[in-house]
Design a protein around this ligand. Structure first.
Ligand SMILES: C[S@@+](CC[C@H](N)C(=O)[O-])C[C@H]1O[C@@H](n2cnc3c(N)ncnc32)[C@H](O)[C@@H]1O
Length: 258
């Protein structure tokens, strides 16, 4: 594991960006960030990633390959404004049912409005809840997805155990997250972009650069590809593997409930 990164395993403390905070304090701070950014979230995603988040999300849903038949159910955790859920519904030819779960009502409100506009609201439901405590019985879903969400959850190992619990046997786990850049020149450019440009873009577009500083710092504190795969295995999911995108700026981890 690189020096800056942490496993986020156990302990009473967790990280909020580069600050150590009590585990109980982090969620409130994260919620404040997403309440502030909800209305500009989609625009900011495009600006911060130069549109690349769309490519990574498309790749995630291509790997998931949802079946084009009714009755298949998926859960998108930390689903925010619905990007992953909408892609799954469309990739299934509007057959799949996707539950979008997020702890933040402001993000879900934007997601609901977008779903109505797209005419796919009947394929979706929106649930305000915590990834660490999913309000569903065991073995409910055929797939569990989480995109750019898990690093915001204070107890990652608890969220992963919940993922394993709600998946049906044979169910698929996919997690898209910013990860460790594995290309020497790209990592320097990426650092400059992240720590300088992103908070400035946030300041210019939303009037507040602070939430974006947190988002960048939280990326650096998240476990690297190998360590996160080990956490997935520890949670009881099988065959943990990953694919890097854009030199490791993002990584897509996969696991199976067996
Ligand atoms: C960066 S956004 C990702 C949204 C969406 N998945 C996407 O890729 O565009 C992170 C989301 O995680 C949500 N979140 C943070 N902590 C959470 C938790 N403990 N349980 C559920 N959602 C959480 C936030 O409210 C926010 O909507």
């Amino acid at each position: 594991m690189s020096e800056q990164r942490t496993t986020a395993h156990g302990g009473m403390e967790t990280s909020y960006g580069f600050r150590d905070v009590a585990a109980g304090e982090k969620q409130g701070l994260v919620n404040e960030v997403f309440h502030k950014v909800a209305n500009r979230y989609d625009l900011m995603n495009d600006l911060m990633s130069a549109g690349m988040h769309r490519v990574w999300k498309d790749a995630m849903v291509t790997w998931l390959n949802p079946p084009k038949r009714p009755g298949w159910r998926s859960l998108d955790v930390a689903g925010g404004t619905g990007d992953i859920a909408f892609r799954i519904v469309e990739a299934s030819d509007r057959n799949a049912h996707v539950t979008v779960l997020d702890i933040n009502g402001s993000m879900l409100t934007v997601g609901r409005e977008r779903a109505e506009k797209k005419g796919i609201a009947a394929n979706l439901d929106f649930v305000e809840a915590n990834a660490e405590e999913l309000p569903f019985p065991d073995e409910t879903f055929d797939a569990y997805t989480i995109a750019f969400g898990i690093r915001n959850v204070p107890r990652i190992e608890v969220a992963l155990a919940e993922a394993a619990r709600v998946l049906k046997p044979g169910g698929r786990f996919l997690c898209l997250e910013f990860s460790e850049v594995e290309m020497p020149l790209l990592d320097r450019f990426y650092d400059t972009w992240s720590f300088n440009a992103i908070p400035r873009i946030g300041q210019a577009v939303t009037g507040d650069g602070e939430p974006y500083r947190y988002l960048v710092e939280s990326i650096r504190k998240f476990p690297n590809q190998r360590d996160f795969a080990a956490m997935i295995t520890d949670a009881g999911l099988a065959r943990a593997t990953w694919r890097n995108y854009s030199g490791g700026i993002a990584a897509l981890h996969s696991g199976w409930k067996i």
